[in-house]
Design a protein around this ligand. Structure first.
Ligand SMILES: [Zn+2]
Length: 565
């Protein structure tokens, strides 16, 4: 950890104006006590990026990014924490101690930059090799798969020579340090401490992060080597479980098409692109990870899992559907004819059959229920019980309340087990490490309290003025409710009356908010619950302030230990 004293960091933060810093990158307009602009971290047409000068924080209600002036600079300019502090300290003419420990962080930043350069270099080298004699076999393979030169170029496909040292030799010759090649996962040491190339005799597929920077490679063997696909090792830039293939290219298209297709393989992605279907990405392993789900959720478009309709494909789709369901991603499963993957389908019929499959997609939950039904059957009591038991835990892990309610209802209808029984069964403790630990009962009751606050405001708009004092919109934990609260606050500020119709017209394009609003059925004692929630929030705020005092005392003591002059 870098060691700039906490007090000094706070002094830096206090001596710069977050509005001043942010407005160098974002055009901000006043909106009540806060300022709004177009988010620099995601593409949007209406401003949801908000700066709160009072608390010196920012928050985007579109993509969820938020933080203080340091995190803003870190994310906007790709700085390390220490670099952001240094930059602002320089502006404010505050001298920072040159702490020795800083070296660690600076070294990592330097290494990351060098590794990026090494990967970029390697991609160029591999594609040059593909075009030469050494790459003939790879070119033949790719030609047989039906790829055009243009597709190969736009995905920067290449070939890593067999000899085992080609990249190492050429790279170091061109001034790429061994340490950079190693940090990039492009070379590794053997038992005798000698470096050799990580990828040998393989077709290389560069893997990009969302900014389009190459962070690793997938590489397919042309022979019988195992594994058939080899990925870069996890390292300073690359984390297999986090990345997806083609997501950077799919981003714009997904927004335009309002959907994202997830397929199984690299070549599926490439074939889809070649057929003009660009909103397509693939996982890097066999299964989607919770981290993938998190990233997909940020795209805010429905995700279609387009899988082969054979048994392994059905099983893979089932696993992926569960990951998306528990990751709160809206989505559906689109199955292709058994034995055909997306690559086969588009090579034979272009994008038409893919679009058709997506049109016939079934939503994630229905698909998951159908799989269980196919396994156990519904014609016997035993079968219905098995279906219910298999699915009831999964329902409990769906974080979004609206989707979870719907899932309960559909499961009850299908199995004819009363909803109340399913609900009490669902209370079983979640398996360790699984699910979403933060969505505990305490979390749920907090969200319910947020709902009461909004219900009470819909009954009496003036109530909001007190709410905003203690619990402004940006504190709402539930995304949908946060949108509703923000819209409500805007209406109130403009002096308009707060009605469901008014809110619906403002929120029309935000499905998650509309769902949250529609789920706000009136409750008799909403005001009572809302009042006690506000009291609780106010109490917590006092405790927190007292806590700050304690922290200040502790810091002062550390700075001037007893007995020191
Ligand atoms: Zn944003």
């Amino acid at each position: 950890m870098a060691r700039i004293p906490e007090e000094l960091i706070r002094t830096v933060q206090e001596s710069v104006d977050i509005l001043d810093v942010v407005s160098r990158y974002v055009t901000l307009r006043r909106s009540g006590r806060s300022f709004k602009g177009l988010c620099p971290f995601h593409d949007e047409k209406t401003p949801s990026f908000t700066v709160f000068p009072e608390s010196a924080r920012y928050k985007c209600f579109g993509c969820g990014e938020g933080g203080d002036v340091f995190t803003f600079l870190m994310k906007r300019n790709g700085l390390a924490f220490i670099e952001a502090v240094e930059e602002l300290a320089r502006e404010a003419n505050i001298a920072l101690p040159r702490a020795r420990e800083d070296a660690g962080e600076a070294e990592r930043t330097r290494l990351r930059a060098e590794a990026l350069r090494a990967l970029e270099f390697a991609a160029g080298f591999f594609s040059a090799v593909l075009a030469r004699d050494t790459g003939r076999r790879a070119r033949e393979y790719l030609g047989q798969r039906g790829f055009t030169d243009e597709t190969l170029r736009s995905f920067r496909i290449g070939f890593a020579p067999d000899d085992g040292e080609a990249l190492l030799r050429y790279g170091t010759q061109k001034g790429i340090a061994e340490s950079a090649l190693e940090a990039a996962g492009l070379i590794r040491r053997n038992d005798r401490g000698r470096y050799f190339d990580m990828f040998r005799g393989r077709v290389t597929f560069p893997i990009h992060d969302l900014r389009g920077k190459i962070i690793g490679f997938g590489a397919r063997t042309l022979g019988d080597d195992q594994p058939k696909y080899l990925n870069s090792p996890d390292g300073i830039l690359f984390h297999k479980g986090r990345e997806m293939y083609g997501l950077d290219l799919a981003r714009e298209a997904a927004r335009a098409a309002d959907r994202l297709l997830v397929v199984e393989g690299y070549t599926d992605v490439m074939h889809c692109h070649q057929a003009g279907l660009k909103e397509v990405a693939a996982g890097l392993g066999t299964a989607l990870t919770p981290e993938n789900a998190q990233q997909l959720r940020r795209f805010r478009v429905p995700v279609f899992l387009v899988f082969d309709g054979d048994e392994p494909g059905l099983k893979a789709a089932e696993r992926a559907a569960e990951t998306l369901l528990t990751g709160d991603v809206e989505g559906a499963v689109a199955l292709l004819p058994p034995g055909e993957d997306p690559a086969d389908v588009v090579v034979e019929g272009g994008r038409g059959p893919m679009d058709l499959a997506v049109e016939r997609a079934v939503d994630l939950w229905t698909y998951r229920m159908e799989r269980a039904t196919a396994r156990h059957g519904l014609s016997t009591l035993e079968g219905r019980e098995k279906v219910a038991r298999e699915l009831v835990d999964l329902v409990a892990k769906i974080g979004d309340p609206v989707r979870r309610e719907l899932a309960f209802r559909l499961l009850a209808e299908r199995t004819r087990v009363p909803e109340s029984t399913l609900r009490s069964e669902a209370k079983v403790p979640r398996p360790a490490g699984g699910g979403r630990p933060e969505r505990s009962d305490a979390w749920q009751s907090w969200i319910e309290a947020e709902r009461h606050v909004l219900r009470a405001t819909l009954e009496d708009g003036a109530f909001w003025d007190r709410v905003e004092l203690w619990y402004p919109p940006d504190r709402f934990r539930d995304t949908g409710l946060r949108f509703v609260a923000t819209a409500l606050s805007d209406l109130r500020r403009r002096g308009e009356s707060v009605t469901r119709e008014g809110l619906l017209s403002v929120l029309a394009d935000k499905d998650v908010a509309v769902e949250a609003l529609q789920a706000l059925e009136p409750a008799a004692d909403a005001r009572h619950h809302a009042e006690s929630f506000l009291a609780r929030v106010a109490r917590l705020a006092q405790v927190r302030e007292a806590g700050d005092d304690v922290a200040a005392v502790v810091r002062a003591r550390k700075a001037h230990p007893a007995g020191a002059p």
